[in-house]
Ligand binder design. Structure first.
Ligand code: HEC
Length: 186
């Protein structure tokens, strides 16, 4: 009985040590929002530039080569690990962890129940503060993630397939959940 009590107190202490106060959650949510928005801005500015220069034919190979190094540079700048991931992947290097997949499924569920979706902050398995936020598809994403022959031209589709033979990130509608931002604080 005594041992059980000690074990329970110990577990409660460990649990408390791992949880964040509301104030901390709020702070990490604000930081996470800033970092994800800054990353989105860099990626989308570069992408728009390439789209203007040569349409999807030019922009897709650019993303293929540059998206991850750009994200890596921003991770270093903010001293965090920035990841974009999805349940329907284009780039296998963006593969979700088990927890990330749970987050994505949970956001899907909330959307289907017409509930508000907002970023989640928690302490992860590695005892790090972790931020997750939904990535919603916008109209200007459709040229590369929309329905083939409607938004994605047949030519674009064949470029995507040549670079990403296992591509699943196609056929989306505007407003769909495309994936999540997953940011680990150091
Ligand atoms: C010019 C084509 C193009 C456009 C436009 C585009 N993407 Fe992508 N997207 C790609 C390519 C190529 C990749 C794979 C390379 C990478 O980013 O790792 C990708 C990857 C992603 C990923 C990472 C997950 C995965 O499946 O690999 C997310 C999330 C994403 N795109 C969201 C968006 C959103 C949101 C928009 C609109 C704001 C958008 N994309 C617009 C081509 C595009």
């Amino acid at each position: 009985m005594k041992n059980l009590l000690i074990a329970m107190v110990f577990m409660a202490l460990v649990a408390c040590g791992n949880s964040l106060t509301n104030k901390e959650k709020q702070e990490y949510a604000t930081k996470g929002n800033e970092i994800s928005q800054a990353t989105f801005k860099v990626l989308s500015e570069k992408l728009t530039e390439q789209m203007k220069l040569g349409g999807p034919t030019q922009a897709i190979p650019f993303c293929n080569v540059e998206a991850l190094p750009l994200t890596q540079q921003l991770s270093e700048k903010f001293n965090v690990t920035i990841k974009r991931t999805s349940d329907k992947l284009r780039n296998q290097q963006n593969k979700p962890s088990e927890r990330e997949l749970e987050m994505i499924n949970n956001f899907h569920k909330l959307i289907s129940e017409k509930q508000e979706i907002k970023p989640v902050v928690e302490v992860d398995n590695n005892n790090k503060q972790h931020y997750y936020a939904p990535i919603i598809l916008k109209a200007n994403c459709l040229a590369c993630h929309g329905k083939v022959d409607e938004f994605v031209s047949v030519k674009t589709d064949s470029i995507i397939n040549s670079l990403y033979p296992n591509d699943k990130a196609i056929g989306y509608n505007e407003g769909d959940l495309r994936g999540i931002w997953s940011i680990t604080f150091e």
